[in-house]
Every structure is written in C-alpha cells, then in structure tokens.
Design a binder for this molecule. Structure first.
Ligand code: PGA
Length: 256
C-alpha cells in the first residue's frame, strides 16, 4: 500500500500574509494524519511565508511549476535549484492551465519532468482529457500520449519520486467531478501504462491522484478507490477550515 497524498494547489491565490495565516492554522493537522502525506503548493511569492509557518510540521511544500535550466537568461522563470533553496519537495508539472493558457506542450513538460527528477524534486505530472476528447472516446489515447511523451526512457529509479495527477480538464473548477468509476478506470490505465514505460516496481510505487472539483463531500469516494492514492485540490484548498474538513474526511475513509 502506498501512502495517500493530498495536495493543495492554490494557483494564483494568497499573499505571503494569507499563506502564513492558512499554514499556521493547518500545520498541526498532520499530527492526526499519520497515513497521509499533506502538501501545500503556494505561488512562488508565498513559499517563504508558508515554509516559515510550517516549520516543524510534517506538512510538505510544493511549487506549481518550474523551468528546466538551473540558471541563465530566462526572464521571469524559476529554476529547480531555486525551489530547493525555498524548501520545496514536490513540483506540479503540466497542469492543464499551463498546457491550455500558457501553451506548454508535451516536449516542454518532458524537459520539466527531467529537470525535477535530476534535482531530486518529486514531480506531480498532471494529465487529463478535454471535454471534446472525452466525448469522442479519446480519453485513454490522450492519457497514453501524455504519459509516453513525459516519461518514456526514464529509469525506474527516477520514477520512485513520481506522482501522476489524473485531472480531466472538464472537471477542473467546474463543480462537476468525475464519476468515481471513471476516475478508477483512468487511474488503472495510468498504472498499466507506467508499468509498460517504467517497469513493475515503478508502477507499484506510483501514487496517482484524482483532481477536478474535489471537496470534503466527495473526497472519500476517490480515496477509497484501489488505484487512486490521493487528490490534487484547487478551490476547496483555499480556506484552511474547509481543507481541514476535506483531509479529515479522507482520513476517516482510509482509517489512518
Ligand atoms: P479544482 O482544481 O479542485 O478547483 O477543480 C483542481 C486543480 O486544478 O488542480
């Protein structure tokens, strides 16, 4: 059994003071959560405040993106080395907002995965189909293409640190979560594909999150699925009290 991982993706929300207030409220929740890894992914500018407020807590820190070079003439970008310097352990890569609003393609995402693994950061690779792709029966083809282009050729040592978030684009921020059986079937397909690409050991260790309109009311439907090992949470992670309710609901469901 791999450990569940529940991550807060704050997107472009919260100043340093707001991040600090949230983390001060949230930091002791992990004491009741022995069986679940908890992760907060603030915007870059709030990493330092979140880190300070989480000091001594087992709640981990993640970033929402990175650039693949260590340093150089890349105005506006942030490198893996800089993230590590800020105490970051995980990094979200290929989120659908990066793919669709900022034009990140499969090649860009592969470079970012490689940079994260090279530096010992744990990537959360986000994949998922659009509404149109789903309607035309292309879901597994899309997931397969996104996984192959991001992961093919890496060794299974790197994969030990990998998390894949299955986030159907049509479910993100819409209040319309996937049906649990659809999330399970996508997660099962993801695990099989990772097994083909990276081997049996990597597939067994892989943690697969479901993301897209996860809330305190539905989290248990997803964390109880055999191939789903956690959630990537956007909107429902912005208020400390409701995010605490969400992780408590997951804990009750898995009995940790
Ligand atoms: P949501 O976002 O929970 O607001 O749907 C999830 C995500 O984009 O990671």
């Amino acid at each position: 059994m791999v450990k569940l991982i529940i991550a807060a993706n704050w997107k472009m929300h919260k100043t340093g003071a707001e991040a600090s207030a949230f983390c001060t409220r949230f930091r002791d929740v992990d004491k009741r959560m022995a069986g679940i890894d908890l992760l907060i992914c603030p915007p870059y500018t709030a990493l330092a405040s979140a880190r300070a407020a989480l000091e001594g807590s087992a709640v981990k820190l993640g970033a929402q993106n990175l650039f693949w070079a260590d340093k150089g003439a890349y105005t506006g970008e942030i490198s893996p080395v800089m993230l590590i310097d800020q105490g970051v352990e995980y990094v979200i890569i290929g989120h659908s907002e990066r793919r669709h609003i900022f034009g990140e393609d499969d090649d860009t995402i592969r470079k970012k995965i490689e940079a994260a693994l090279t530096h010992g950061l744990k990537p959360i690779l986000c994949i998922g189909e659009t509404e149109a792709e789903r309607a035309s029966g292309e879901t597994t083809a899309v997931l397969e293409r996104q996984l192959e282009s991001a992961l093919e050729g890496f060794d299974d040592g790197g994969a030990r640190n990998l998390v894949v978030a299955y986030e159907p684009v049509w479910a993100i921020g819409t209040g319309k979560a996937a049906l649990p059986q659809d999330a399970e079937s996508a997660a099962g397909f993801i695990r099989q594909t990772v097994k083909r690409l990276l081997g049996t050991a990597a597939a067994g260790l892989l943690r697969i999150q479901y993301g897209g309109s996860v809330s305190a009311a539905n989290i248990a439907d997803f964390t109880s699925l055999p191939d789903v090992n956690g959630a990537l949470v956007g909107g429902a992670s912005l208020e400390a009290d409701s995010f605490i309710d969400l992780v408590e609901a997951a804990r009750e469901a898995v009995g940790s």
